[in-house]
Write a protein that binds this ligand. Structure first.
Ligand SMILES: [Zn+2]
Length: 487
């Protein structure tokens, strides 16, 4: 009797261990020690030029020496760009399913070595990827993160700090600075007065202010360091129409307003992170099935494509739209891309960013897509589009030498078999990536991707992760007003 019970308990325990193990991802790819020597590589600094047959010595987290090649090795002949930078990402909630380390891995797989985390919408998503990578627990890009969103009383995201008057601005910005965040992310519901107070408080602490031009603030008055998604560009202050209806202003965006926005951006040193890929994905939702079954979607577990990004039960702003709204999104994309080209030609800093976590914006893959859009639809060409993902954003992030291939600069490099500045198809030929001085070869990255895919395919994981995803959606979006914009 007792023996029977003992066996039953053992079987139960074994079953529980099996279930638990199938829920957790495989161990992360081992994080190698820092330091490497690259022989006979062509250094490509997008927007500036090339140096062939170089030897690069990486010591610790820095590029120690660049000189003429003295030998050869298996990466000889590669084209080395500065590691790519995605200037607008969001990470998944820290759910216990350890999705953060899969996201950081996917960035690396695509040569992305730095990201700017543009807001922690649920309050759990930013710390784990930032600290996990920094402490060497799992591989990934370094993360410059804004922490909570800063908004007015009618905020939409759970992890927002509400600023209703100037005194509150001081308290909230102090909290963000003391928590060690790298930027202040402002949002739609601020007023001219509260935004001014936030800007002043942030300036005193040396923190850049990025985000949405609030709906009741005129573009010229906002003077953000970095405007996200072209907010405030076509729509005048006071237009509170919901997304995507607000985008109809792109159809009325004329020469006079374009000239004013361009002049204000130049005068106040405003950079733009247009995240055009976000709009492109929004109208690609016409064919959700094609997105759902794409190779790109298969880089993440199925619960993203099937649940989180489902037009029926997913994030509320993805709910099925009619053809009129799809045309609105498509027109906004084309007009926005044209205007980004104009800003670039005028000398305004353009940053490549993506809004990962929003529909079918897969870490790393979405940045490659944004670079292509900047090159083609916005007309920057391949080299300037890659500069928007390396050289240009590197200047505005708080790490000396970031985005540069120079002695003393951070050792962040993306190595390709062919030169992507000549042809963007070469972005698919990554052979190695160096992140913060640590070298990862393509074969190791591919082997790890295969392990992740086996894990995604497990029936227990698939069922449980979809259940968890539905619970998370319900909690994050419990108070979400219909018709809102992206984070
Ligand atoms: Zn965002």
């Amino acid at each position: 009797m007792l023996r029977g019970l003992g066996i039953a308990l053992l079987v139960l325990l074994a079953g529980a261990v099996f279930l638990w193990r199938s829920l957790l991802p495989p161990a992360p790819l081992a994080v190698p020690d820092r330091g490497a020597v690259l022989e006979r590589v062509t250094l490509v600094q997008p927007g500036e030029g090339r140096r062939a047959d170089r030897r690069v010595v990486i010591e610790g987290a820095r590029i120690d020496e660049i000189g003429p090649a003295t030998g050869t090795d298996e990466l000889a002949g590669a084209f080395a760009l500065p590691g790519l930078i995605d200037m607008h990402v969001h990470f998944p909630p820290d759910s216990g399913l350890r999705q953060s380390e899969i996201h950081t891995f996917l960035f690396l797989l695509h040569g992305v070595t730095s990201v700017r985390d543009a807001g922690d919408a649920d309050g759990t998503s930013s710390r784990t990827p930032r600290e996990g990578v920094r402490e060497g627990r799992f591989p990934g890009p370094r993360s410059f993160a804004c922490g909570p969103l800063v908004d007015g009383p009618r905020t939409r995201w759970p992890n927002s700090r509400v600023v209703a008057d100037a005194a509150e601005a001081e308290t909230v910005v102090a909290e963000i600075a003391e928590a060690g965040w790298d930027c202040v992310k402002v949002y739609d519901d601020l007023t001219p007065e509260t935004l001014d107070a936030i800007q002043a408080a942030a300036r005193r602490r040396g923190l850049p202010v990025i985000g949405h031009v609030p709906r009741r603030v005129e573009f010229e008055a906002a003077r953000l360091d970095d405007v996200q998604h072209l907010t405030g560009v076509p729509n005048p202050a006071g237009n509170l129409e919901p997304f995507p209806e607000v985008l109809a202003t792109w159809r009325r965006f004329g020469a006079e307003r374009a000239a004013r926005i361009e002049a204000a951006s130049l005068r106040d040193g405003v950079a733009h992170t247009p995240t055009l890929v976000t709009l492109e994905r929004a109208f690609a939702f016409r064919d959700y099935e094609a997105l759902r079954t794409s190779d790109e979607a298969a880089l993440l577990p199925r619960f993203y494509a099937d649940v989180v990004w489902s037009p029926v039960e997913g994030m509320p702003f993805l709910r099925t739209r009619d053809e009129r709204q799809y045309r609105l999104l498509e027109d906004a994309f084309r007009a926005g891309a044209r205007f980004v080209g104009r800003l670039h030609r005028a000398g305004v800093a353009i940053h490549a960013g993506t809004d990962t976590q929003i529909a079918f914006l897969i870490p790393g893959a979405a940045l490659h897509r944004e670079v292509r859009i900047l090159a083609d639809a916005a007309g920057l060409g391949a080299e300037a589009a890659l500069a928007a993902a390396t050289t240009v954003p590197g200047r505005s992030l708080p790490l000396e030498g970031l985005g540069r291939l120079a002695e003393g600069a951070p050792a962040d490099l993306a190595l390709f078999e062919r030169d992507p500045t000549r042809d963007l198809d070469a972005l698919e030929t990554l052979v190695a990536v160096v992140a913060d001085g640590r070298l990862y070869r393509r074969a190791e990255l591919d082997a790890q991707l295969a392990r992740y895919r086996d894990y995604y395919g497990g029936a227990v994981f698939d069922t449980v992760s979809k259940f968890v995803a539905r619970r998370m959606l319900a909690s994050v979006f419990a108070d979400f007003e219909a018709g809102s914009g992206e984070p």
